[in-house]
Write a protein that binds this ligand. Sequence first.
Ligand SMILES: [Zn+2]
Length: 128
Amino acid sequence: MTGRRYFENRGAHDPNPDRQEVDDLKARVDLVALLQKHGVTVQKQGRGFKALCPFHAETTPSLSIDPKKGLYKCFGCGKAGDHLTFLQEHAKLSFAEAVAELRRHAGTSPAQAEPVPITKKKNRSPTT
Ligand SMILES: [Zn+2]
């Protein structure tokens, strides 16, 4: 029952993000802000961040977050990963949904408030 089936689900409406886009999204979305959006209480500690681990019950924060690397690791239960693993394991999203969620975050991040250029719409709807 691990969420590793997404490779089999490619097809239908798979956005099929490439590695570069995923890296770009992770660079643009603040991992700390993402966790906070999903109800994780994050505290600044030293040069990093600590949080109560959302993957196991605890009263002392043992989830360590490195927003620069975009990684988290729990020293209590051993859960570790990045934006996408968090969204998949905590928010129970599929890989494609997690990428879409990151795209949403990247697009609405105030720090990245660039005007979106209007591109000509090509007729590429795959609805046949
Ligand atoms: Zn944990």
